[in-house]
Each structure stands twice: as structure tokens, then as C-alpha cells.
Design a protein around this ligand. Sequence first.
Ligand SMILES: Nc1nc2c(ncn2[C@@H]2O[C@H](COP(=O)(O)OP(=O)(O)O)[C@@H](O)[C@H]2O)c(=O)[nH]1
Ligand SMILES: [Mg+2]
Length: 227
Amino acid sequence: MSSDLHFTVLLVGLPSSGKTTWLKHLEFGELTEEYYPTHGFKSRSIILRSSCGPITLDILDVGGKPLPTDIAKHFYQQSDGIIFFGDYSKTTKNNEQCFEYYRQDLLNYHIRSNDINHVYVLNKIDIDNEQIDCGELEKTRNREMIQISVKNNLATILPLTSLVAQFLGDDCKITSVLGISPKPEPKSQISFKLALMRINENSRELTRLKSESMRRTKILLEGVWKR
Ligand SMILES: Nc1nc2c(ncn2[C@@H]2O[C@H](COP(=O)(O)OP(=O)(O)O)[C@@H](O)[C@H]2O)c(=O)[nH]1
Ligand SMILES: [Mg+2]
């Protein structure tokens, strides 16, 4: 299923803030309790029913670690919007530093965060935490923090509603999630392939370096044993 209204959205933020859980929750309506850090990236095409017709959002869930430069450049420049995920169970400073990191990273590619449609999300508001001040975050970011709890199924659709309103205007209202598929739509397939190739290259290089280092250690140890 596809639609004419098609957008690519990048999902970034604090590691363990619930990005992957949120996407999975949209897909299956349930919560994954275990934490598996996302390696590389995952993608989902979400199709929404809206008052302007079906809307497809290709969402790229990027692992918590900084992206390799060429991939970051590609992703940032291909994206129509960004969802920044923060974590209500962490401190104001933790969240602020993370948002600031991505703001700077975007600037490295000549993208000002205010020039790209984006939303700030604070997940895990089910957790009591006195070390966080949402008002402070909203003031420094000059934008509303969308507070959600995937665990309690609270406002989980709001980040998408808010982003779509930025893409298409306030009149365009989402009425339901029509479907979700793990495959990216053709428009962004080239960028996926490129990024995947780069990630595979990186892991091949890593394997090569590991075996080279093991070979050297073995030679060294053999030298020690022979003495
Ligand atoms: N308390 C609470 N835990 C959550 C919530 N959302 C996700 N988690 C937990 O946070 C952990 C990290 O989630 P994950 O989606 O892998 O984080 P990611 O690194 O941002 O992709 C998992 O153990 C989830 O069960 C939430 O709304 N409330
Ligand atoms: Mg993840």
C-alpha cells in the first residue's frame, strides 16, 4: 500500500530512551521490556489514515551511537523530518546534551534544526523523576516537549500527529494507523542500500582488523612462550 503523501523521518536521540520500543509499539501495540541496543538502523513504513488521504512515513530508527559521517550526511539530507527522543527518567542535563549533540551534528551538514520539521519527544513519563525539568527543556529548545509513555500507551501517536501537522498544516488530521511494514518504499530504497553497503563495509573492515590483531597477539604470545 502506498500513497502520494510520502515522507522520510529520522528517529534519533538518547540511547535507551525507547525509540525502538515506540516503533514496535506502533506496529504490534505491545511493550518490549528487554533492552537490546539497536545496531545500525531499522526502518518501518507507517501508513496513516488522515483527513488529507493516506500518508506514508518511512521512519529510520538509528542506533544510539553517533552515525558515521557519510551516513549521517545522507540520512540528514534525505529526511523530511526528525523525531528527537529524550528520556524522562534521565536528568535535564542528559537530555539537553543529547539534543545539543544532534543540533550541532546537523549544523556540520549545514542544516539548522529550525529549518527542518522536527519534534521533541520525552518518553517514560510513567517514571517519577525529580531530576528533570520539562519547562527548562522547553525553554532552551524553544519548542514543546511531547510527553509520552510507551509503557502506559500514553500519547504515543502524538509525535506523528505533530510532525504531519508541520508537513501538511494543522488541517490535516490523522485518524488512525492503517498499516506498518518493515520494507522501505521505493523512493528511499537507494539511500537504504547505500547506507547498508557502508555499514557492511564497516563491519567487514572491523572483522579484518580483529583477525589481524588476533594474529599479531598470537605471534607475540608465541614469542613469549618460546623464550
Ligand atoms: N518505564 C518505561 N520504560 C520504557 C518505556 N519505553 C521503553 N522503555 C524501556 O526502555 C528500554 C530501552 O528501550 P529501547 O526502545 O531499546 O531504547 P532505544 O535505545 O532508544 O531504542 C527498554 O527496556 C524498554 O522496555 C516507557 O514508556 N516507560
Ligand atoms: Mg533502539
